[in-house]
Design a protein. Structure first.
Length: 553
């Protein structure tokens, strides 16, 4: 072992500094690679057992893992539990049996666990817990909601009518993911869904809270909410119409050559009109009354003479006559036909619209003028305004795209022209729009004066290739010298071994002389090769040494 160590020391002493540095760096890299490999091979591979968990679920799972002495890691801000890969599926089965991976909320399935001895109060509370569980499951399906908790408070019915304290209330706690918030539309949906699922609950008695605090206001100003809703609707309509108008101009003039702004005013008042048609009538009832009247008629008949006409004279012989009188009265009752037509005005119709169109100057090619002002054969670009006819054409294009004329015509049907005309306007302006100066992009790399860009690039590529080849040649020479040094060290070791072997025999003077001559010849050859190498490496220093030798001689 000592001989091998001695040989290694001899070989190390004969190596150059660059060779020693190369060997040391290679050994350090090998040691670092072995250490990294052993570290990563021995380190267990962790995989996600469950993710996007709430704090309560994480605490229960971690407690179970600590009890069973299983290593774990928490990631994603303590919402994901990582366990070794070898234990992943076994732990999933065990936690699933204990219902630790699923959500603890229970819905209507808890109603099947009741018994006939439950009181009415217990049945009501169980039903409220089931409804709360179903609501929690629904809320967890919202984007960004990790967990939900719903509490329903239903006081005992009060014998007093109109007692607000006896009405049910609901409190909702939502655990949101990091950086996520519920929108106003989602909050309104949660309130409506809760109020619709719980009997007797009104939306005003629903409270919602997330990680950042209370989301529902206890007493919201209806007028302020209406104003905010109107503003949002008008802003959305303005953006929509502006985008449609801008798309039309961009397709015609090109991007960045125009700008459109549309401002609208929406009318949310609900109007309805009703009309009746009394032209038709229907007979509802007809009553006919008949009266028969009978009266006696006295006849003064007899022989013509004076006796019938004498007062107090006896009546003539004969019977009295009866007269009959019949009267009919018909009374008819009619129902007048009524056809009612109700028309409701559009809610959110456009009651006012302002359109502003800005056009950039157009580029035309004109003849370039000389110093005397005369046109030449050369052409140059010039920016001028659009003509009135062109502006009118672009104006009609934009107004038709956004329905300007339709909205104005509908407003004229409801109001007079004196009121509508000031609210609808469209203007077109043609002027030079501001353009940012183009930035000069300078390509990083070698810049050669008086050379085109492509030629300079190829010259740079050639220099890079030359440097790379030179480095490869130097590295190849370094390896050859290392191999030669190893070969020479092995040869010297063999010579020394042979010398030690023959030292025990009687030396022959001729053999010793021949050996010395061979050794001297070898040293001279080595010295010559070293001198030749030094001369080739540094000819100036070699010439200076020769001049000094000649001077001293």
């Amino acid at each position: 072992m000592s001989k091998i160590w001695q040989q290694l020391l001899n070989i190390w002493s004969r190596l150059e500094i660059a060779q020693r540095a190369t060997i040391v760096l290679v050994m350090l890299g090998a040691v670092a690679g072995l250490f990294s490999m052993s570290y990563f091979v021995g380190k267990p591979s962790y995989r996600a057992l469950a993710s996007d968990l709430g704090q309560a679920q994480v605490a229960e799972i971690v407690a179970y893992l600590d009890t069973n002495h299983i290593s774990y890691q928490l990631a994603d801000r303590d919402t994901t539990v990582l366990v070794p890969s070898k234990d992943l599926y076994r732990l999933r089965n065990e936690l699933a049996e204990r219902e630790l991976l699923t959500d603890s909320s229970k819905g209507f399935e808890i109603l099947s666990k009741g018994n006939m001895w439950d009181s009415t109060f217990s049945e009501h509370k169980t039903y409220d817990r089931a409804v709360a569980g179903e609501l929690e499951r629904s809320f967890r399906e919202l984007s960004g909601v990790r967990s939900a908790r719903v509490l329903i408070d239903r006081p005992q019915p009060s014998p007093f009518l109109g007692d607000d304290s006896a009405k049910p209330k609901a409190s909702i706690k939502l655990d949101m993911s990091t950086g996520r918030r519920l929108t106003e539309r989602q909050i309104a949906g949660v309130v409506r869904l809760t109020a619709g699922a719980i009997a007797g609950l009104i939306p005003d008695r629903v409270e919602i809270m997330d990680n950042h605090g209370l989301l529902t206001q206890s007493a919201a100003d209806s007028s302020a909410m209406m104003a905010q809703t109107t503003l949002d609707a008008e802003s959305a309509r303005d953006n929509y119409l502006t985008r449609k108008a801008q798309e039309q101009l961009d397709a015609t003039l090109g991007p960045g050559r125009s700008m459109v702004k549309v401002t609208t005013k929406l009318d949310f008042n609900k109007r309805s009109t009703a009309s009746s048609d009394p032209g038709k009538s229907v007979l509802l009832k007809e009553n006919t009354t008949t009266n028969d009247e009978k009266n006696p008629i006295v006849s003064n008949g007899g022989v013509a003479g004076t006796q019938p006409n004498v007062e107090g004279a006896p009546a003539p012989a004969g019977g009295a006559q009866i007269g009959t009188k019949t009267m009919e009265e018909t009374r008819n009752e009619y129902v007048v036909g009524k056809s009612t037509i109700t028309q409701e005005d559009e809610v959110g119709r456009i009651s006012a619209m302002t359109v502003s169109i800005l056009l950039d100057h157009k580029n035309i090619k004109v003849a370039k003028k000389d110093e005397k002002g005369q046109p030449t054969s050369e052409m140059e670009e010039q920016r001028i305004e659009y003509t009135e006819a062109e502006q009118a054409r672009f104006r009609d294009l934009v107004l038709n795209a956004i329905g300007y004329n339709s909205a104005k015509g509908l407003a004229l049907k409801l109001e007079t022209a004196e009121k509508v005309e000031p609210r609808f306007s469209a203007t077109v302006q043609s002027m030079a729009m501001y353009r940012e100066p183009a930035l000069e992009v300078t390509q990083a790399g070698m810049t050669i004066p008086y050379m085109p860009g492509a030629t300079a690039d190829w010259i740079g590529y050639g220099l890079s290739a030359f440097v790379a080849i030179t480095l490869l040649i130097i590295a190849r020479g370094q390896l050859k010298r290392s191999h030669k040094a190893w070969s020479e060290a092995e040869a010297r070791a063999r010579v020394d071994e042979e010398q030690r072997r023959i030292d025990g025999q009687k030396p022959d003077p001729k053999v010793l002389e021949a050996r010395e001559e061979e050794s001297l010849r070898q040293r001279r050859a080595d010295l010559k090769s070293q001198i030749k190498k030094r001369v080739l490496d540094d000819p100036a220093s070699a010439a200076q040494i020769i001049r000094r030798w000649l001077h001293e001689g």
